[in-house]
Write a protein of this length. Sequence first.
Length: 214
Amino acid sequence: MSDASYLTATRASYDVMAAEYADWLRTDMDDRPLDRALLAAFAERVRAAGLPRVADVGCGPGRVTVLLDRLGLDAFGIDLSPGMVEVARSTYPGLAFEVGSMLSLRVPDASLGGVLAYYSIIHVPWEQRGEVFAEFFRVLAPGGQLMLAFQIGDERVHRDEAFGKPVDLDFYRQQPDDVVRLLGAAGFQLSSTVVKQPEGMDKTPQSIVMATKP
């Protein structure tokens, strides 16, 4: 699949199921105490660096963007899907959300204190991860923080149906060591790697990786 077709398919898939997806995840973070603790640690690191503006990249319906806001950050959301952005704006009218791609963020160089990609790099083809991480590095200021969450594995999973609607979505599992290596190649310094066993709606082990722009 070409770059353009993969982006088009991902955007269209989330557009068609935006309302159902948002409802499905409405209380998801309630059952993730470790994730909430790590988000709090991420926010503390961002505040310590003195640049509280943070992008939630691949924000979906904004359920994590609002948590960052409540943690005292100047958080805004970016998502590939206009449908998702519309839901996020409706649900959290006090926050800013915009349509955009993590491959080319409309953000000035070195302007952010943090970038969160919470289960959003999972739709990026493996060979394009280095490009994405370089873009994250570009928009972060020195001392800026990066937090990634993803499912662990080696396989590509395809779905052509979700919530009773036709979709065309590829999910790329990741190995934490591969992600750490690519982050290092992009210039990041590793802060921590967390591996979690499946819980709740999770069916595979999960990982959260945190890194810093020197």
